[in-house]
Design a protein around this ligand. Structure first.
Ligand SMILES: CC1=C(CCC(=O)O)c2cc3nc(cc4[nH]c(cc5[nH]c(cc1n2)c(C)c5CCC(=O)O)c(CCC(=O)O)c4C)C(CCC(=O)O)=C3C
Ligand SMILES: [Fe+2]
Length: 346
Protein backbone atom coordinates (compact mmCIF):
# COMPACT_ATOMS: atom_id res chain seq x y z
CA UNK A 1 0.00 0.00 0.00
CA UNK A 2 2.57 2.52 -1.13
CA UNK A 3 1.02 5.81 -2.25
CA UNK A 4 4.38 7.52 -2.82
CA UNK A 5 4.98 9.99 -4.42
CA UNK A 6 1.44 11.12 -3.58
CA UNK A 7 0.54 12.62 -0.24
CA UNK A 8 -3.19 13.21 -0.83
CA UNK A 9 -6.20 12.21 -2.90
CA UNK A 10 -8.36 14.99 -4.33
CA UNK A 11 -11.90 14.09 -5.35
CA UNK A 12 -12.94 16.44 -8.14
CA UNK A 13 -16.59 16.86 -9.02
CA UNK A 14 -19.24 19.04 -10.61
CA UNK A 15 -20.89 20.51 -7.54
CA UNK A 16 -24.57 21.31 -7.10
CA UNK A 17 -26.89 23.61 -5.14
CA UNK A 18 -27.62 22.82 -1.48
CA UNK A 19 -30.70 25.06 -1.08
CA UNK A 20 -33.15 27.06 -3.23
CA UNK A 21 -31.10 30.29 -3.05
CA UNK A 22 -28.13 28.44 -4.54
CA UNK A 23 -29.93 27.30 -7.69
CA UNK A 24 -29.64 30.39 -9.91
CA UNK A 25 -26.03 31.26 -8.97
CA UNK A 26 -25.10 27.60 -9.50
CA UNK A 27 -26.65 27.59 -12.98
CA UNK A 28 -24.81 30.82 -13.77
CA UNK A 29 -21.54 29.14 -12.78
CA UNK A 30 -22.29 26.10 -14.95
CA UNK A 31 -23.33 28.00 -18.04
CA UNK A 32 -20.90 30.92 -17.99
CA UNK A 33 -19.91 31.40 -21.64
CA UNK A 34 -21.54 28.14 -22.73
CA UNK A 35 -24.40 29.54 -24.85
CA UNK A 36 -27.33 27.77 -23.18
CA UNK A 37 -30.73 29.30 -24.08
CA UNK A 38 -32.51 31.07 -21.22
CA UNK A 39 -35.62 28.88 -21.49
CA UNK A 40 -33.49 25.81 -20.92
CA UNK A 41 -31.98 27.34 -17.78
CA UNK A 42 -35.42 28.17 -16.39
CA UNK A 43 -36.49 24.59 -17.12
CA UNK A 44 -33.43 23.05 -15.45
CA UNK A 45 -33.88 25.44 -12.49
CA UNK A 46 -37.38 23.98 -12.09
CA UNK A 47 -35.92 20.48 -11.88
CA UNK A 48 -33.78 21.59 -8.93
CA UNK A 49 -36.63 23.52 -7.26
CA UNK A 50 -38.81 20.41 -7.67
CA UNK A 51 -36.32 18.61 -5.43
CA UNK A 52 -36.30 21.34 -2.76
CA UNK A 53 -33.56 23.40 -4.45
CA UNK A 54 -31.01 20.76 -3.53
CA UNK A 55 -28.95 18.62 -5.86
CA UNK A 56 -28.24 15.08 -4.70
CA UNK A 57 -24.66 15.25 -5.97
CA UNK A 58 -22.94 16.78 -2.93
CA UNK A 59 -24.32 14.25 -0.45
CA UNK A 60 -23.34 11.48 -2.88
CA UNK A 61 -19.79 12.82 -2.98
CA UNK A 62 -19.72 13.04 0.82
CA UNK A 63 -20.83 9.41 1.01
CA UNK A 64 -18.22 8.34 -1.55
CA UNK A 65 -15.46 10.18 0.33
CA UNK A 66 -16.51 8.52 3.62
CA UNK A 67 -16.45 5.12 1.89
CA UNK A 68 -13.01 5.81 0.37
CA UNK A 69 -11.64 6.93 3.75
CA UNK A 70 -12.87 3.71 5.41
CA UNK A 71 -11.49 1.61 2.58
CA UNK A 72 -8.09 3.35 2.76
CA UNK A 73 -7.99 2.88 6.54
CA UNK A 74 -8.92 -0.81 6.25
CA UNK A 75 -6.12 -1.35 3.75
CA UNK A 76 -3.49 0.61 5.66
CA UNK A 77 -3.34 3.27 2.99
CA UNK A 78 -2.42 6.48 4.70
CA UNK A 79 -3.65 9.21 2.38
CA UNK A 80 -5.88 12.16 3.32
CA UNK A 81 -8.86 12.77 1.04
CA UNK A 82 -9.83 16.27 -0.12
CA UNK A 83 -12.82 17.43 -2.17
CA UNK A 84 -13.19 20.27 -4.68
CA UNK A 85 -15.86 21.14 -7.28
CA UNK A 86 -16.00 22.99 -10.58
CA UNK A 87 -19.30 24.79 -9.97
CA UNK A 88 -20.09 24.96 -6.26
CA UNK A 89 -18.74 25.02 -2.76
CA UNK A 90 -16.28 23.51 -1.87
CA UNK A 91 -14.64 25.09 -4.91
CA UNK A 92 -11.58 23.42 -6.33
CA UNK A 93 -9.26 26.39 -5.94
CA UNK A 94 -10.18 26.90 -2.27
CA UNK A 95 -9.47 23.23 -1.66
CA UNK A 96 -6.05 23.28 -3.31
CA UNK A 97 -5.16 26.39 -1.28
CA UNK A 98 -6.14 24.52 1.89
CA UNK A 99 -4.10 21.53 0.74
CA UNK A 100 -1.05 23.72 0.20
CA UNK A 101 -1.50 25.18 3.69
CA UNK A 102 -1.70 21.62 5.09
CA UNK A 103 1.63 20.80 3.48
CA UNK A 104 0.32 18.62 0.63
CA UNK A 105 2.77 18.66 -2.28
CA UNK A 106 1.62 15.99 -4.74
CA UNK A 107 -2.01 14.98 -5.03
CA UNK A 108 -3.67 12.43 -7.26
CA UNK A 109 -7.10 13.46 -8.59
CA UNK A 110 -10.16 11.26 -8.99
CA UNK A 111 -12.75 12.95 -11.20
CA UNK A 112 -16.38 11.83 -10.84
CA UNK A 113 -16.75 11.44 -14.58
CA UNK A 114 -15.80 8.16 -16.22
CA UNK A 115 -15.67 8.95 -19.96
CA UNK A 116 -13.83 11.22 -22.42
CA UNK A 117 -15.53 14.47 -23.47
CA UNK A 118 -14.91 18.18 -23.06
CA UNK A 119 -17.39 18.31 -20.14
CA UNK A 120 -16.11 15.17 -18.44
CA UNK A 121 -12.42 15.43 -19.20
CA UNK A 122 -10.73 18.45 -20.75
CA UNK A 123 -12.80 21.03 -18.86
CA UNK A 124 -11.68 19.34 -15.62
CA UNK A 125 -8.08 19.50 -16.86
CA UNK A 126 -8.55 23.27 -17.40
CA UNK A 127 -9.98 23.53 -13.88
CA UNK A 128 -7.11 21.51 -12.39
CA UNK A 129 -4.51 23.64 -14.17
CA UNK A 130 -6.02 26.76 -12.59
CA UNK A 131 -6.38 25.05 -9.23
CA UNK A 132 -2.65 24.34 -8.90
CA UNK A 133 -1.39 27.59 -10.48
CA UNK A 134 1.23 29.34 -8.30
CA UNK A 135 0.73 26.84 -5.47
CA UNK A 136 3.38 24.36 -4.28
CA UNK A 137 0.93 21.51 -5.00
CA UNK A 138 1.35 19.31 -8.08
CA UNK A 139 -1.81 17.57 -9.29
CA UNK A 140 -2.09 14.36 -11.34
CA UNK A 141 -5.43 13.33 -12.87
CA UNK A 142 -6.21 9.61 -12.85
CA UNK A 143 -6.98 7.90 -16.16
CA UNK A 144 -10.54 7.40 -17.37
CA UNK A 145 -12.13 4.38 -15.73
CA UNK A 146 -15.25 3.70 -17.84
CA UNK A 147 -13.87 0.24 -18.72
CA UNK A 148 -12.36 -0.58 -15.32
CA UNK A 149 -13.84 -3.74 -13.72
CA UNK A 150 -14.79 -1.68 -10.65
CA UNK A 151 -17.05 0.53 -12.78
CA UNK A 152 -18.49 -2.06 -15.19
CA UNK A 153 -18.91 -4.74 -12.49
CA UNK A 154 -21.59 -2.94 -10.44
CA UNK A 155 -23.62 -2.26 -13.62
CA UNK A 156 -23.42 -5.95 -14.60
CA UNK A 157 -24.52 -7.04 -11.13
CA UNK A 158 -27.36 -4.54 -10.79
CA UNK A 159 -28.65 -5.09 -14.33
CA UNK A 160 -28.65 -8.84 -13.71
CA UNK A 161 -30.70 -8.33 -10.54
CA UNK A 162 -33.13 -6.00 -12.32
CA UNK A 163 -33.64 -8.43 -15.21
CA UNK A 164 -34.19 -11.33 -12.82
CA UNK A 165 -37.17 -9.45 -11.36
CA UNK A 166 -38.46 -8.12 -14.72
CA UNK A 167 -40.75 -9.85 -17.24
CA UNK A 168 -39.36 -11.95 -20.09
CA UNK A 169 -38.63 -9.86 -23.17
CA UNK A 170 -37.47 -6.83 -21.18
CA UNK A 171 -35.43 -4.52 -23.40
CA UNK A 172 -32.30 -2.99 -21.86
CA UNK A 173 -31.76 0.70 -22.63
CA UNK A 174 -28.30 1.98 -21.70
CA UNK A 175 -28.42 5.73 -21.13
CA UNK A 176 -25.90 8.50 -20.91
CA UNK A 177 -25.77 12.29 -21.04
CA UNK A 178 -26.23 13.63 -24.56
CA UNK A 179 -23.50 15.97 -25.80
CA UNK A 180 -23.21 18.00 -29.02
CA UNK A 181 -22.13 15.91 -32.04
CA UNK A 182 -19.10 18.20 -32.37
CA UNK A 183 -18.09 17.51 -28.75
CA UNK A 184 -18.36 13.80 -29.41
CA UNK A 185 -16.28 14.07 -32.60
CA UNK A 186 -13.50 15.85 -30.69
CA UNK A 187 -13.56 13.51 -27.70
CA UNK A 188 -10.35 11.50 -27.41
CA UNK A 189 -8.84 13.52 -30.30
CA UNK A 190 -10.07 15.01 -33.61
CA UNK A 191 -12.58 12.61 -35.18
CA UNK A 192 -11.98 9.95 -32.53
CA UNK A 193 -15.57 9.96 -31.16
CA UNK A 194 -14.22 8.39 -27.98
CA UNK A 195 -17.33 9.36 -25.96
CA UNK A 196 -19.67 7.34 -28.16
CA UNK A 197 -17.25 4.44 -28.67
CA UNK A 198 -16.57 4.14 -24.94
CA UNK A 199 -20.30 4.00 -24.13
CA UNK A 200 -20.95 1.48 -26.89
CA UNK A 201 -18.15 -0.63 -25.51
CA UNK A 202 -19.54 -0.56 -21.95
CA UNK A 203 -23.07 -1.33 -23.19
CA UNK A 204 -21.79 -4.28 -25.22
CA UNK A 205 -19.80 -5.55 -22.25
CA UNK A 206 -22.72 -5.44 -19.82
CA UNK A 207 -25.19 -6.97 -22.30
CA UNK A 208 -22.61 -9.56 -23.39
CA UNK A 209 -21.82 -10.52 -19.81
CA UNK A 210 -25.54 -11.14 -19.22
CA UNK A 211 -26.11 -12.83 -22.59
CA UNK A 212 -28.88 -10.32 -23.24
CA UNK A 213 -29.32 -9.48 -26.95
CA UNK A 214 -32.17 -6.98 -26.75
CA UNK A 215 -30.45 -3.71 -25.91
CA UNK A 216 -29.81 -0.21 -27.26
CA UNK A 217 -28.07 3.03 -26.30
CA UNK A 218 -30.01 6.26 -25.78
CA UNK A 219 -29.29 9.75 -24.44
CA UNK A 220 -30.75 12.13 -21.88
CA UNK A 221 -30.41 15.73 -20.68
CA UNK A 222 -29.97 17.43 -24.04
CA UNK A 223 -29.58 21.18 -23.77
CA UNK A 224 -28.13 23.85 -26.07
CA UNK A 225 -29.81 25.51 -29.04
CA UNK A 226 -32.26 23.32 -31.01
CA UNK A 227 -30.43 23.76 -34.36
CA UNK A 228 -27.19 22.31 -32.98
CA UNK A 229 -27.08 18.51 -33.36
CA UNK A 230 -26.60 16.46 -30.18
CA UNK A 231 -26.28 12.70 -29.77
CA UNK A 232 -29.58 10.87 -30.31
CA UNK A 233 -31.97 9.15 -29.81
CA UNK A 234 -33.35 10.94 -26.79
CA UNK A 235 -34.51 8.40 -24.20
CA UNK A 236 -38.14 9.57 -24.43
CA UNK A 237 -38.30 9.29 -28.24
CA UNK A 238 -36.56 5.96 -27.98
CA UNK A 239 -39.11 4.57 -25.50
CA UNK A 240 -41.85 5.59 -27.92
CA UNK A 241 -40.11 3.77 -30.75
CA UNK A 242 -39.61 0.65 -28.62
CA UNK A 243 -43.28 0.64 -27.61
CA UNK A 244 -44.18 0.99 -31.30
CA UNK A 245 -42.12 -2.12 -32.01
CA UNK A 246 -44.12 -4.09 -29.45
CA UNK A 247 -41.69 -3.91 -26.50
CA UNK A 248 -43.66 -4.10 -23.20
CA UNK A 249 -40.95 -3.65 -20.59
CA UNK A 250 -37.67 -1.76 -20.31
CA UNK A 251 -34.73 -1.72 -17.90
CA UNK A 252 -32.90 1.61 -18.06
CA UNK A 253 -29.19 1.43 -17.18
CA UNK A 254 -27.55 4.84 -16.61
CA UNK A 255 -24.00 3.87 -17.64
CA UNK A 256 -23.02 7.54 -18.11
CA UNK A 257 -23.36 8.38 -14.40
CA UNK A 258 -21.42 7.24 -11.37
CA UNK A 259 -24.21 8.17 -8.95
CA UNK A 260 -27.83 9.30 -8.95
CA UNK A 261 -27.30 12.88 -10.13
CA UNK A 262 -30.14 15.22 -10.99
CA UNK A 263 -30.03 13.86 -14.55
CA UNK A 264 -30.84 10.43 -13.16
CA UNK A 265 -33.50 11.36 -10.61
CA UNK A 266 -35.20 13.89 -12.87
CA UNK A 267 -34.52 13.02 -16.52
CA UNK A 268 -34.82 9.25 -15.99
CA UNK A 269 -36.74 8.54 -12.76
CA UNK A 270 -39.22 11.37 -13.27
CA UNK A 271 -39.51 12.25 -16.95
CA UNK A 272 -38.60 9.01 -18.76
CA UNK A 273 -40.55 6.96 -16.21
CA UNK A 274 -43.62 9.11 -16.96
CA UNK A 275 -43.09 8.63 -20.70
CA UNK A 276 -42.96 4.89 -20.12
CA UNK A 277 -46.20 4.99 -18.09
CA UNK A 278 -47.91 6.96 -20.86
CA UNK A 279 -46.80 4.29 -23.34
CA UNK A 280 -47.89 1.40 -21.12
CA UNK A 281 -44.28 0.22 -20.74
CA UNK A 282 -43.04 -1.42 -17.58
CA UNK A 283 -40.04 0.59 -16.42
CA UNK A 284 -37.23 -0.21 -14.04
CA UNK A 285 -34.17 1.97 -13.50
CA UNK A 286 -30.97 0.14 -12.65
CA UNK A 287 -28.73 1.53 -9.89
CA UNK A 288 -25.60 3.60 -10.51
CA UNK A 289 -22.30 2.51 -8.84
CA UNK A 290 -22.67 5.04 -5.96
CA UNK A 291 -20.73 3.57 -3.04
CA UNK A 292 -20.72 -0.01 -4.33
CA UNK A 293 -17.69 -1.75 -2.76
CA UNK A 294 -16.27 -2.61 -6.20
CA UNK A 295 -16.40 1.04 -7.18
CA UNK A 296 -14.75 2.17 -3.94
CA UNK A 297 -12.04 -0.43 -4.53
CA UNK A 298 -11.51 0.99 -8.02
CA UNK A 299 -10.47 4.32 -6.50
CA UNK A 300 -7.81 2.66 -4.32
CA UNK A 301 -6.57 0.52 -7.21
CA UNK A 302 -6.26 3.49 -9.56
CA UNK A 303 -4.41 5.53 -6.94
CA UNK A 304 -1.92 2.71 -6.31
CA UNK A 305 -1.55 2.03 -10.04
CA UNK A 306 -0.71 5.66 -10.77
CA UNK A 307 1.62 5.89 -7.79
CA UNK A 308 3.54 2.83 -9.04
CA UNK A 309 3.63 4.31 -12.51
CA UNK A 310 5.03 7.61 -11.17
CA UNK A 311 7.74 5.62 -9.37
CA UNK A 312 8.79 4.15 -12.72
CA UNK A 313 7.23 0.72 -12.14
CA UNK A 314 5.04 -1.08 -14.70
CA UNK A 315 1.74 -1.67 -12.88
CA UNK A 316 -1.09 -3.73 -14.28
CA UNK A 317 -3.78 -1.54 -15.83
CA UNK A 318 -7.08 -3.39 -15.61
CA UNK A 319 -9.42 -2.63 -18.54
CA UNK A 320 -12.34 -4.68 -19.89
CA UNK A 321 -13.55 -4.82 -23.48
CA UNK A 322 -11.56 -4.05 -26.59
CA UNK A 323 -10.50 -0.42 -26.16
CA UNK A 324 -7.68 -0.94 -23.67
CA UNK A 325 -6.71 1.21 -20.69
CA UNK A 326 -6.84 4.97 -21.19
CA UNK A 327 -3.34 6.49 -20.79
CA UNK A 328 -2.35 8.46 -17.67
CA UNK A 329 -1.97 11.52 -19.88
CA UNK A 330 -4.55 12.36 -22.54
CA UNK A 331 -3.25 12.86 -26.11
CA UNK A 332 -2.43 16.46 -27.08
CA UNK A 333 -5.63 17.32 -28.96
CA UNK A 334 -7.91 15.30 -26.68
CA UNK A 335 -11.44 16.69 -26.18
CA UNK A 336 -10.70 20.22 -27.41
CA UNK A 337 -13.62 22.59 -27.74
CA UNK A 338 -13.76 26.11 -29.17
CA UNK A 339 -11.13 27.27 -26.66
CA UNK A 340 -8.27 24.94 -27.58
CA UNK A 341 -5.87 27.64 -26.35
CA UNK A 342 -6.79 27.33 -22.66
CA UNK A 343 -4.01 25.69 -20.65
CA UNK A 344 -4.75 22.25 -19.20
CA UNK A 345 -3.20 19.91 -16.65
CA UNK A 346 -1.00 17.48 -18.63
C1 LIG B 1 -21.02 14.73 -20.45
C2 LIG B 1 -21.62 15.47 -19.28
C3 LIG B 1 -21.64 15.07 -17.96
C4 LIG B 1 -21.08 13.78 -17.40
C5 LIG B 1 -19.69 14.00 -16.96
C6 LIG B 1 -19.60 14.61 -15.59
O1 LIG B 1 -20.14 14.05 -14.63
O2 LIG B 1 -18.98 15.69 -15.46
C7 LIG B 1 -22.30 16.08 -17.21
C8 LIG B 1 -22.50 16.06 -15.82
C9 LIG B 1 -23.28 16.93 -15.08
N1 LIG B 1 -23.98 17.99 -15.52
C10 LIG B 1 -24.65 18.56 -14.47
C11 LIG B 1 -25.48 19.68 -14.55
C12 LIG B 1 -25.60 20.50 -15.67
N2 LIG B 1 -25.03 20.30 -16.91
C13 LIG B 1 -25.41 21.31 -17.78
C14 LIG B 1 -25.04 21.45 -19.10
C15 LIG B 1 -24.31 20.53 -19.89
N3 LIG B 1 -23.82 19.31 -19.46
C16 LIG B 1 -23.15 18.71 -20.52
C17 LIG B 1 -22.52 17.46 -20.49
C18 LIG B 1 -22.30 16.73 -19.34
N4 LIG B 1 -22.70 17.06 -18.06
C19 LIG B 1 -23.23 19.58 -21.64
C20 LIG B 1 -22.61 19.31 -22.98
C21 LIG B 1 -23.95 20.70 -21.25
C22 LIG B 1 -24.29 21.89 -22.07
C23 LIG B 1 -23.44 23.06 -21.70
C24 LIG B 1 -21.97 22.85 -21.97
O3 LIG B 1 -21.62 22.69 -23.14
O4 LIG B 1 -21.20 22.82 -20.99
C25 LIG B 1 -26.24 22.21 -17.03
C26 LIG B 1 -26.82 23.52 -17.58
C27 LIG B 1 -28.25 23.36 -17.87
C28 LIG B 1 -28.46 22.43 -19.06
O5 LIG B 1 -28.06 22.85 -20.13
O6 LIG B 1 -28.94 21.31 -18.84
C29 LIG B 1 -26.38 21.69 -15.74
C30 LIG B 1 -27.19 22.26 -14.61
C31 LIG B 1 -24.34 17.83 -13.28
C32 LIG B 1 -24.88 18.12 -11.87
C33 LIG B 1 -26.08 17.25 -11.66
C34 LIG B 1 -26.64 17.35 -10.28
O7 LIG B 1 -26.84 18.46 -9.77
O8 LIG B 1 -26.94 16.28 -9.69
C35 LIG B 1 -23.50 16.82 -13.64
C36 LIG B 1 -22.87 15.78 -12.77
FE1 LIG C 1 -24.04 18.54 -17.53
Amino acid sequence: MDPRPFDALLLVSFGGPEKPDDVVPFLENVTRGRGIPRERLVEVGEHYFGFGGKSPINDQNRALIAAIESDFAEHGLNLPVYWGNRNWDPYLRETTEAMAADGVRRAVCFVTSAYSSYSGCRQYRENLYEAELDLPVELAKLRHYYNHPGFVGPFVEQTRDALAAAPDGTHVVFVTHSIPDAMNDASGGPGAQAYLRQHESVARMVAGELGHDAWSLAFCSRSGAPHIPWLEPDINDHLEELAGRGVRSVAVVPIGFISDHMEVIYDLDTEAAQTARDLGLEFVRVATPGVHPQFVTLVRELVLERAASERGEQPERPALGDLGPWPDHCPAQCCVNARADLPVLP
